[in-house]
Design a protein around this ligand. Sequence first.
Ligand code: HXC
Length: 259
Amino acid sequence: MPYEFIKIDKSERVAILKLNRPKALNALNTQVLKELDLAIDQLDKDESVDVIIITGEGKAFVAGADITEMKDLNAEEGRRFGNFGQKVFRKIEKMEKPVIAAVNGFALGGGCELAMCCDMRIASEKAKFGQPEVGLGIVPGFSGTQRLPRLVGIGKAKELIFTGDIIKAEEAEKIGLVNKVVAHEELMNEAMDLAKRIVKNAQKAVRYANIAINRGIETDIETGIEIEADLFGLCFATKDQKEGMTAFVEKRKAEFKGE
Ligand code: HXC
């Protein structure tokens, strides 16, 4: 599929989706969001892909939603723009295949929100995070007010959102916003290494675990436990469960087929 602002590379069942609008620090305008939406649909359906890594070209992961495009919007247009980004990000969050954000630089506003809708975040030591929206007269509008407190707690989220402070990767790791900080040159290797450690496992089980965590976190624990029980049961209808356990008993390495 021809994209202007997205590059996709695939190898070893991992797809790297790179936002490629470096002149504007990969700022998310409507076209970038539409392409991201299409690319996610494409990778979700792609049977040769188990794990997706999202990263950015140049010195930014994403420096936010496109301020030039938003500047003159009225209330209704602003709502529509925010809502479109929310929908794309929710699609990423709900995808069963694991998505890793490899945060190579600025992850501000909509960029921090994009990183947060991914399942895991690996950051370069050069990465910077923040929700600077109130300095522009707006609130985070791609679900940052919802995901940041869920990730780092209400007090820290309010501090970051009310001040617009930009924090370094190290601080982001300390507050639980990123899983790991790595040397800049090692970022993609580390993200690939994480992806491959996932790819080697039974993919239906990985995806069921993702569903159980995502749905469980949004409900009460009793319901979450029920969801887990259903998915646990479903695992026994997969070929990979038989293979995984048979391989253990036969003292050999499992050969999973994703079935
Ligand atoms: C549009 C942007 C942009 C953005 C950078 N650019 N961020 N364009 N929207 N969010 C453009 C600049 O205008 C400039 O274009 C080029 O990218 C390079 O940026 P510089 O500012 O020259 O780079 P630098 O001096 O290194 O500063 C980097 C930066 C700064 C600190 C990241 O660019 C910055 O503060 N950007 C805005 C960050 C921000 O406030 N993000 C939140 C946006 S609101 P030219 O043409 O001059 O070369 C948001 C809301 C989400 O995300 C929810 C919406 C519903």
